[in-house]
Design a protein around this ligand. Structure first.
Ligand code: SF4
Length: 425
């Protein structure tokens, strides 16, 4: 079959989408670059907030109108499939996340080797999924309902996946899960993330590693060891640590398992151990119990820790979660607070990024822009736009000349080092 795969949402979901495409290809199916002419479409869905969910329903309907058969997996399954109604539903199969490995078999035998015309995207940055589910009980979160309890991938399998991704051409490996610092808690002997990082750092090859989102609650248990490992040049000095609110009362109502002071302490420890650290955090505005004082506490916390990146989401009740039973704030209040956080984010990011003007060092080219430019990443993962097309994966000596609110502007100061050949798996 000729199969089209479309993924949304977080790095983990995107990684799972790429794994589905690879499994389909390995089973003899060909991968379509667009739905036109495909025999089947796979929608790897996200349900993080109401508007995203509405977009998924729309995409499902469009896909079902283009292809004879649709598979829906990802976070809409199993709890929100009732949203997909109409005649297209009869041509749709729902596959829970933990059964994604069965998708090639569901589409039937191919009896032929992978078609030469297949396109399996193997970008220079590839996700390696560390675990399914998480250990937390956040009152607003739908992912936990969709993905279940933590199930970590054993360390040998993680290393096999890292080697395989590098052999497919990855020069950036993204270790991803809902909470990377929870990895291992459920495994025999309870190994933790710092030990896994040692094993990953021991894999030969010219690649860098970005460790994805983690919860302050599970990071607190391992943070000293973790930040020591993060200073290893193999890892981007990048920390994605969602705080969600600067108010202890709201964090309590969200059941996050830490307070604002714990978050401050973790960030201070990270910045002390990893000079030049890039901090990304997430904030939910307009949580049902949030008062004006709570909102101000979030603004103050952001000003104090000055993250390079702040992802702002307006609270959206997710069916089946405890927070969905709480009384919502008036929309105009939630909107205004969300706007104020977004304005603060702009001001903060600009100030943080301007500090890099004049920096000279090396950056790795990981993307191409449509206008002939390249996007390279500094060792802390900050993006630098270079005004020329350089080979993906190359390391270039650069100088930063300017800053915008989400990226830096730079130029090459010497010859770029070509990408060394990937090692066999
Ligand atoms: S885990 Fe969250 S962000 Fe990721 S796909 Fe599911 S709902 Fe979307």
């Amino acid at each position: 079959m000729h199969v089209y795969v479309e993924s949304y949402g977080c790095a983990q979901n995107q990684g799972e989408g790429r794994t589905i495409a690879r499994d389909l290809h390995a089973a003899g199916h060909s991968i379509a670059a667009s739905p036109e002419g495909a025999d089947a479409g796979v929608l790897v869905s996200c349900a993080v907030i109401g508007p995203t969910e509405a977009r998924m329903v729309e995409r499902w309907r469009e896909l079902a109108q283009s292809v004879p058969r649709v598979i829906v997996t990802g976070c809409l399954v199993p709890l929100r499939t009732g949203l997909l109604t109409g005649e297209e539903r009869r041509r749709t199969t729902f596959v829970p996340i933990r059964d994604q490995v069965r998708i090639p078999e569901l589409l039937g035998p191919t009896g032929s080797p992978p078609a030469a015309s297949s396109t399996v995207a193997d970008p220079v940055a590839q996700e390696v999924v560390l675990a399914q589910g998480c250990t937390s009980h956040c009152t607003y979160c739908f992912s936990r309902l969709a993905r279940g309890r933590l199930q970590s991938v054993p360390p040998d399998e993680v290393i096999r996946r890292v080697r395989a991704a590098h052999a497919r051409g990855a020069v950036e490996i993204r270790l991803s899960s809902l909470d990377t610092s929870a990895w291992g808690i459920d495994l025999a002997g309870a190994p933790r993330l710092p030990q896994l990082m040692d094993a990953v750092a021991g894999v030969s090859g010219a690649f860098s590693v970005r460790v994805g989102m983690m919860s302050p609650q599970t990071l607190a248990e391992i943070h000293e060891e973790y930040f020591r490992r993060l200073a290893d040049p193999r890892f981007f000095t990048f920390l994605h640590l969602p705080v969600q609110s600067g108010s202890d009362a709201v964090l309590g109502a969200m059941r996050r398992g830490y307070g604002a002071a714990d978050f401050r302490h973790l960030v201070a420890a990270a910045r002390a151990s990893c000079p030049g650290l890039m901090l990304a955090t997430d904030v939910i505005t307009g949580f049902p119990t949030e008062t004006e004082d709570d909102h101000r506490a979030t603004l103050e916390l952001l000003r104090e820790v000055a993250p390079e990146v702040v992802n702002v989401t307006r609270f959206s009740p997710r069916p089946g979660t405890p927070a969905a039973r709480m009384e919502e704030l008036p929309p105009r209040v939630a909107k205004r607070r969300s706007r104020e956080i977004a304005e603060e984010r702009q001001a903060l990011a600009r100030g943080r990024l301007e500090r890099w003007i004049g920096f000279e060092g090396s950056a790795r080219v990981l993307e191409h822009g449509d206008d002939g430019s390249s996007v390279a990443r500094l060792p802390n993962y900050l993006p630098v736009v270079l005004p020329e097309r350089l080979s993906l994966g190359a390391n270039a000596p650069i100088r930063v000349d300017g800053a915008r609110s989400t990226y830096l502007l730079g130029r090459r100061t010497g010859p770029a080092e070509a990408l060394p050949p990937a090692l066999p798996p």
